[in-house]
Design a protein around this ligand. Sequence first.
Ligand code: RP5
Length: 200
Amino acid sequence: SVQSLIDQLHEEAEMDRPNDLTPDVGIIMGSDSDLPTMAGGQGKRPGAYVALADELGFEEQTDYTDAPESQFTFETFVCSAHRTPELMYAYAETAADRGIDVIIAGAGGKSADLPNMTASIAYPLPVIGVPVQEKSVDSVIGMPQGAPLTAVDAGKSFNAALSAAQILARQHDELRDRLVSYHQGLQTAVGEVSRDLHEL
Ligand code: RP5
């Protein structure tokens, strides 16, 4: 039930686990219908999972008490600002104590409130908002003065994941090197396209 999830989040927050055993990035979304956009891959446009797992070597941590193999990890959580407000509140208020360093929050529709509500509750933890659709953009980015939320363009959970990794990389040289390699790969790819066109 929702209440048992809420209780579990609070229990995990009190465990005081060492940072290398807790998820680094929390990916949350308002509905499992957001999952194709928020995760991506398998025929869908590459999303946050593809950026983190395939490009940067993150491991998905499905059990908070399992020791991850990878140094960098993420977890996924579905909680709706409107259908499960208490669960959203519990996730956001326990995130820092559960060891989460950055939250990526996606929601769709015209009332895409999960990212901005989460940003206010989890403050000062950084939250990167992903509008799942074009019509969700204004709802996600429309924050009042003093209540910041960083956001990417509609559907760009891939970029949200890269931004989350950039924040983590401030304290992890290994991750910084992986991001630099990823960017160099982009440059090589664009360079090859231009070279091929030139040869035409
Ligand atoms: C939003 O409503 C969710 O983030 C989702 O994008 C949208 C529709 O949700 P479902 O009706 O598909 O569950 O809150």
